[in-house]
Design a protein around this ligand. Structure first.
Ligand code: AMP
Length: 297
């Protein structure tokens, strides 16, 4: 594996694979690798000739300076893990490489970004994500890029971005990888104190309550949300949002008459965690595009 810090080095490194028509896969990350990241890398390793993993803690998508400075960073360990997964190129640029002085362009995806994470974290969050991902797509020109269902809204925003701007890249969404007790893996989990770590299990537990009710035939969203919220309240978890939405439009639903997605965001101490669960109705209608993830909670 080669670790590359500059765009010009990466371009030079990718010249041969591109000339030879190799399938190039990109896994964009902010580092502090866990099994969730590794699952994306393994999928890329299987499906692509050359695997590029980007490691860049993108300041533009952080809405709080304290969150950015507390964000876990362990580049050396990440490089070891990436090498073990036979990544070809680890692209780990500095902030100046991505945002040189005078940088003045923002990519902004409308609609989908107004709700949930966009409403909670502010407009700048998804602008930062869309801008850096567009840059990474232009820098790497991957044939395929891998994202996690863990950040369901982000994956949807990126699909919209790719469609709207006619970007020549295939987007794959991979199922959420969880700890044995159900907690969705996240780089931020490392910031939880032991009692907070215990409290955090309520997130996935509450989503399992929703999934079980839906599987048993409940279609009233108010009823499902009440039961889900009771689980969160029982763990004294203050939620930023808890919603059941249409998985394509992210608009709230009142009755489950098709595929749905339950999403939750909560603050545990100073750490903000998110999770989501595609919901399949009792009739067995598979949740749109998320069949694998539905079974993984
Ligand atoms: P991050 O480093 O948190 O920006 O995540 C990089 C990529 O890994 C994103 O596409 C995330 O959605 C994905 N990811 C993060 N956590 C998980 C997880 N537990 N399971 C699957 N994918 C994940």
């Amino acid at each position: 594996m080669r670790t590359l810090r500059s765009i010009s080095e990466l371009h030079a490194a990718l010249a041969r694979p591109r000339r030879e028509g190799c399938r190039i896969g990109l896994v964009p990350t902010m580092g502090a690798f866990h099994e969730g990241h590794l699952s994306l890398i393994r999928r890329a390793r299987i499906e692509c000739d050359d695997v590029v993993v980007s490691l860049f803690v993108n300041p533009a998508q952080f809405n709080e300076a304290a969150d950015l400075s507390a964000y876990p960073r362990d580049g050396d360990h990440d490089a070891l893990l990436a090498a073990e997964e036979r990544v070809d190129f680890l692209f780990a640029p500095g902030v100046e490489e991505i945002y040189p002085s005078g940088f003045a362009t923002t990519i902004s995806v409308g609609g989908l970004t107004d709700v949930l994470e966009g409403a909670s974290r502010g407009r700048g969050h998804f602008d930062g994500v869309a801008t850096v991902v567009t840059k990474l797509f232009n820098i790497v020109s991957p044939d395929v890029a891998y994202f996690g269902q863990k950040d369901a809204q982000q994956a949807l925003v990126i699909r919209r971005l790719v469609r709207d701007l006619n970007l020549q890249v295939q987007i794959e969404t991979c199922p959420t990888v969880r700890e044995p007790d159900g907690l969705a893996m996240s780089s931020r989990n490392a910031l939880l104190a032991p009692d907070e770590r215990e409290q955090a299990t309520a997130l996935s537990r509450s989503l399992r309550v929703a999934a079980a009710l839906v599987a048993a035939g409940e279609t009233n969203v108010r009823t499902i949300l009440d039961a889900t919220r009771a689980e969160l309240d029982g763990a004294h978890l203050p939620t930023e949002y808890l919603q059941i939405v249409n998985p394509d439009t992210l608009l709230p639903m009142t009755t489950l008459d098709g595929p749905a997605l339950a999403l939750v965001a909560a603050r545990i101490g100073s750490t903000r965690l998110i999770d989501n669960q595609p919901l399949s109705t009792a009739t067995g209608a598979a949740p749109h595009g998320n069949a694998q993830a539905a079974g993984s909670i």
